[in-house]
Design a protein around this ligand. Structure first.
Ligand code: FMN
Length: 186
């Protein structure tokens, strides 16, 4: 009789765990100025079947590279000195329905782009699994992933992925290898 009870209990627990795994919703949130991080975000979305959300600043950065770098550097310095990051455009996604959230940023002055800073600060990421990714020039991932972690200390971070912006278009295989390594793709 006891054995039957244990079997019923074990089956109930297993079905609850299975149901949780089935409903594990995934979001890919990203900011992109010139398109590279968008291409990578779309690749991750395609392979994982996730929802996708583009982080857009309320005030667009100049399309002129030099001007954009100037403003970005100023904003990054101000944020480091304690200023609020820039406001975002539109509604934030309801993060309560997601358990895994990919967050992508280009490398801007060796750190995350300010709009990503705003997203990380304004959203309830406590208890979520966060997977960082980035695209970059010659500077690599620099401190991007540790900067993201510092802004969401109550989230669990998985191993991130970074790639040079010029290589994103041929990244499908490398992305799939990474997703398998972190067990988000079979
Ligand atoms: C404002 C600005 C600052 C940048 N700073 C860096 C940097 O410090 N190191 C680096 O490797 N690349 C830097 N880059 C290059 C971008 O990280 C790279 O081109 C990236 O792939 C762009 O992504 P996106 O197309 O999604 O905007 C910078 C680009 C911009 C626009």
């Amino acid at each position: 009789m006891k054995l039957v009870k244990y079997i019923i209990m074990a089956t109930t627990i297993l079905s609850a765990v299975y149901a949780e795994a089935q409903t594990k919703k995934v979001l890919v949130a990203y900011y992109s100025w010139s398109g590279n991080t968008r291409v990578l975000a779309q690749e991750i979305q395609k392979q994982t079947g996730a929802d996708i959300f583009e982080i857009v600043p309320a005030k667009a950065y100049s399309t002129d590279f030099q001007e954009c770098v100037k403003v970005a550097r100023e904003e990054i310095d101000n944020i480091k000195a304690g200023s609020e990051p820039p406001a975002l455009k539109g509604e934030m996604p309801d993060l309560s329905k997601y358990s895994v959230i990919f967050i992508g940023s280009p490398n801007w002055c060796s750190t995350i782009a300010p709009p990503v800073n705003t997203f990380l600060k304004s959203e309830a990421l406590a208890g979520k699994t966060v997977v960082p990714f980035c695209t970059h020039g010659t500077g690599g991932r620099a401190t991007l992933f540790t900067d993201m972690k510092a802004l969401a200390p109550k989230a669990t971070f998985l191993e991130g992925y970074s790639i040079a912006g010029k290589d994103v278009k041929g990244s499908a295989e490398a992305v799939s290898k990474w997703l398998k390594e972190i067990k988000l793709l079979k």
